[in-house]
Design a protein around this ligand. Structure first.
Ligand SMILES: NC(=O)c1ccc[n+]([C@@H]2O[C@H](COP(=O)([O-])OP(=O)(O)OC[C@H]3O[C@@H](n4cnc5c(N)ncnc54)[C@H](O)[C@@H]3O)[C@@H](O)[C@H]2O)c1
Length: 321
């Protein structure tokens, strides 16, 4: 019997990449899960195996009357729904703020009114801004440089108000570069790992923008989902990075993925893109203090497993044992 047995949880964005893993881990832990997703970038096939165990509602987090229907009895809200792209937010600032900021406000207010105990928010390392260098600790001054990052840090401030003004518990998780099975390689704003894997599998040269020595702090999605579940019982008001605490450059990523697939292809180098950041690294001291050490596969193994999953050489993750 786990701490989640029978606990009613709402997972917004649960048909998306990370949300589907959060929902899966909750179902496996015995929680009663409702997924709210408008399928704007999520897919029903991400949660097919979950469907007998979780309720799926197709709808918008900004729909207050829908929330009034879904929230009574819900104890925990895992809020992952978002328009998650920085580039998209630059092209569509009003829509980005509407979903990512106003949507969070609408959801938090409804959750509070209906007596939910806690909301766990998916924030982003984008709040630190592109100029930040070195290992980024949570007390680093935010420097949001896009509507996406502004919406995320604005939502964090708002949730901190909900915590201090109303005693509504909130936790903010600042993800670094998440990767793993079900990350969408077809998205026009695709992340580098699924794009590399898809290119390798299609026998096309993967594209590297810039010299490939830019680094990111890549964190496996299983660890991010695990952290979400741990965040249900950490001290309220926690704001914490979710990263590996290790920088990896794009050459190393490509090599590990290629080795796993047994496909070696020279990348095509394209000019650096405007606004691309040079390095990104989480200071994970607070994360380890709050959550302890994630006891899962290390980064190279997670990368290799991800490549094999995309290649169809690993079975679908079993959701429920
Ligand atoms: N992937 C990363 O590396 C990363 C890094 C930092 C933060 N995040 C955050 O993690 C969360 C999940 O991101 P992801 O990578 O899984 O992206 P994703 O696009 O796969 O998931 C987002 C989900 O939200 C849904 N959604 C969008 N607008 C909605 C709305 N108005 N109402 C209901 N559902 C809506 C989408 O359909 C999708 O299923 C997001 O909040 C994102 O900002 C992700």
């Amino acid at each position: 019997m786990t701490a989640f047995q029978g606990v009613s949880c709402l997972v917004t964005g649960g048909a998306g990449f990370i949300g589907s893993h959060v929902a899966a881990q909750l179902v496996a832990a015995g929680a009663q899960v409702t997924i709210l997703d408008d399928l704007s970038s999520g897919h029903e096939h991400n949660i097919l195996e979950l469907r007998p165990h979780a309720e799926f509602v197709c709808g918008d987090i900004r729909d207050a009357s829908l929330l009034d229907r879904l929230l009574p009895g819900v104890e925990l809200v895992f809020h992952l729904a978002a328009l998650p792209s920085v580039v998209y937010s630059v092209e569509h600032p009003v829509e980005s703020l509407s979903v990512n900021w106003q949507g969070t406000l609408t959801l938090a207010e409804a959750a509070r009114r209906h007596g939910a105990r806690r909301l766990i928010f998916s924030s982003s390392c984008a709040v630190y801004g592109p100029r930040a260098s070195g290992a980024l600790a949570e007390d680093r001054r935010p420097d949001p440089a896009s509507p996406y990052a502004t919406a995320k840090i604005g939502a964090e401030y708002l949730l901190s108000n909900f915590q201090s003004l109303y005693g509504f518990e909130t936790v903010c998780l600042r993800y670094f570069n998440v990767f793993g099975p079900r990350q969408d390689p077809e998205s026009p704003y695709g992340a580098v790992i699924p794009l590399f894997v898809k290119a390798l599998l299609d026998r096309r040269p993967p594209v590297i923008f810039g010299d490939g020595n830019q680094t990111r702090d890549f964190v496996p999605v299983e660890q991010v989902a695990w952290t979400n579940l741990r965040a249900a019982s950490c001290p309220p008001g926690t704001i914490v990075n979710v990263g590996n605490g290790r920088q990896t450059n794009l050459w190393e990523i490509l090599r590990v993925l290629g080795d796993a697939l047994g496909i070696a292809l020279e990348p095509r180098l394209e000019p650096e893109r405007a606004g691309d950041i040079r390095e990104s690294l989480a200071d994970t001291t607070r994360n380890r203090e709050v959550f302890g050490v994630f006891d899962g596969p290390d980064l190279p193994e997670s990368l290799a497993r991800t490549a094999l999953w995309f290649a169809g050489r690993l079975p679908e993750h079993r959701f429920v044992d």
